[in-house]
Design a protein around this ligand. Structure first.
Ligand code: GLU
Length: 515
């Protein structure tokens, strides 16, 4: 029987969670969830100078926002903790001693200058530049003398040399190297802090990690770690080293192209499920012709082995499009709740509470027209504002159709005496409930508490006929007068949203200032 899968994400809290980190976390999470296993979060904070509380907070918040939860780790605990490496130092010391006793690790006293000089010599001789293993075979007496002279050294791994090693990689297939190409790498620094490779192996072993998905920049570390696992008498996790994410131009993704901090996408109003969906596609595909899928659909199909072995390109436009696609598929009631944190003053809080139907109708009119939650504020502001301000295009329409502007006042009079919904948010619940917007042709309600968009359209058409003016001309200044813009939902949805008093006042104001 194979062990229950246990996977982890092991960020260093030296910066926020970016797209690449989120993708690594997501694939490990998905592999665990897809197989009924556990997903752990381990904080690799041994670089004390660069690790910050702020980065940790950003990482945890970023994971949660994008929809990744963890079974063990910070803030949730678990049976394999602590989950911060700086709280596990004794454990690393214990393993270090075991390796020293077994002859697999040795103390090295070389100064940084000596290490550098050794590298340069190897390079000059046409060899791979690395630590030249100068203290690998010191006698006990030589070591004692150096320690007495220089103080504690660093603990290095005694790499088994001249041995061909094959690393089975779930993404790359079998990869082989001669271990002589690898350094006698530092396991513990003179100050007692473990290095990444050492702490990672001890923790992956102690935490029972079965699979590790991470960026291919860790492939050489994979060899170092697998050899160490072997000398510890344990099986290494199955590794999958996955390709880097590329920018549109096919080069390494730059910070300009993908926000450094995933929380920037939250703040810009991207739909997190869409961000999750999109990140998933940066190396894995659901099917040839379906890009949008739910988490459940993804988990039913996800396998580490199916992560692609060539780099995928990050495309912010596609991400935006996908966010819009999620918005278009959302239930309007849910959309209202989710845009609420982004509307600012555009929809006053009191209106939100007093007129949910009106807010729903206003937001739903733009459901097809926004890609980010945050875009709703500018779009709907005209509905709730006391008066409109005209954009340049709207002003041009007014001038262009100056001949029909004088009719706006008469249209205002007509609306004033018509059975329109009220402009008072608290007094139009029945109207908004009867006419869910955006209106669709032929979908007028049976019992009408007031005129709806279709009746309003018929009314303006009759008005134009009576006065012998072109309906197709009048609609432009009317829209400009009511909304201050030239684009937006159906014109009579706009009239309906504004209600009688506001529509009348705006038409009269436009007639007065342009007549
Ligand atoms: N702390 C390492 C990093 O952030 C973890 C790499 C790994 O998953 O082993 O790159």
């Amino acid at each position: 029987m194979t062990a229950t899968p246990r996977l982890r994400f092991a960020p260093s809290p030296t910066g926020p969670l970016h797209i690449g980190g989120a993708r690594t976390a997501l694939y490990n999470w998905a592999a665990a969830r897809a197989q009924g296993g556990s997903f752990l979060l381990r904080i690799e904070d041994t670089d004390r100078a660069r690790s910050t509380e702020e980065s940790l907070r950003q990482i945890l918040a970023g994971l949660r926002w994008v929809g990744i939860d963890w079974d063990e780790g910070p803030e949730v605990g678990g049976a394999h903790g602590p989950y911060f490496q700086t709280e596990r130092l004794e454990l690393y010391q214990r393993y270090a001693q075991q390796l020293i006793d077994g002859g697999h690790a040795y103390e090295c006293f070389a100064t940084p200058e000596e290490v550098q000089e050794g590298r340069e010599k190897l390079q000059a001789a046409g060899q791979r530049p690395m630590y030249d293993r100068r203290h690998r075979d010191l006698s006990a007496a030589e070591r004692d003398a150096l320690r007495a002279e220089r103080g504690p050294g660093s603990l290095r791994f005694r790499m088994p040399l001249d041995q061909q090693w094959t690393l089975p990689d779930l993404c790359k297939g079998d990869v082989s190297i001669n271990l002589a190409e690898l350094d006698d790498w530092v396991m513990i620094r003179p100050d007692g802090m473990p290095t990444y490779n050492f702490a990672c192996v001890v923790d992956d072993l102690e935490m029972g990690i079965t699979h590790v998905v991470r960026g291919e920049e860790h492939l050489m570390n994979g060899f170092k770690q697998a050899v160490l696992f072997d000398l510890l008498g344990a099986a290494a996790p199955q590794y999958a080293h996955i390709p880097l994410i590329l920018g549109k131009g096919g080069k390494k993704l730059s910070k300009r192209e993908a926000s450094v901090d995933i929380l920037e996408y939250r703040d810009k109003g991207y739909v997190p499920e869409a961000v999750f969906n999109y990140i998933t596609l940066l190396g894995w595909s659901f099917s040839g012709d379906q890009d949008v899928f739910s988490k459940q659909e993804m988990l039913a199909k996800f396998r580490i082995e199916d992560i692609g072995s060539s780099g995928s390109k990050f495309d912010d436009e596609k991400l935006r499009w996908m966010s819009g696609d999620y918005i278009r598929r959302m239930d309007p009631a849910e959309l209202v709740e989710r845009v609420r944190p982004f509307v600012g003053e555009a929809i006053p809080a009191a209106v939100f509470d007093a007129a949910p139907g009106l807010v729903r109708n206003a937001v739903a009119c733009y459901q097809e027209r926004i890609e980010l939650f945050a875009e709703i504020a500018d779009k709907v502001a005209w509905v709730f504002a006391d008066a409109v301000s005209f954009d340049d295009q709207a002003q041009k329409k007014m001038t262009k159709h100056a001949d029909v502007v004088p009719h706006l006042a008469a249209y205002a009079d007509l609306l004033e005496s018509s059975n329109l919904p009220s402009s008072d948010p608290a007094a139009r619940a029945a109207a908004d409930a009867a006419f869910p917007l955006p209106s669709k042709q032929g979908a007028e309600p049976v019992a009408e508490p007031c005129m709806g968009p279709a009746a309003l359209e018929a009314q303006l058409r009759a008005f134009c006929e009576e006065r012998d003016i072109k309906f197709g001309h009048v609609v432009h200044p009317v829209r400009a007068a009511l909304t201050g813009t030239t684009a937006g939902p159906g014109l009579f949805d706009c009239v309906f949203l504004l209600g009688r008093d506001k529509a009348v006042a705006r038409l009269r104001a436009a007639a007065a200032s342009n007549g």
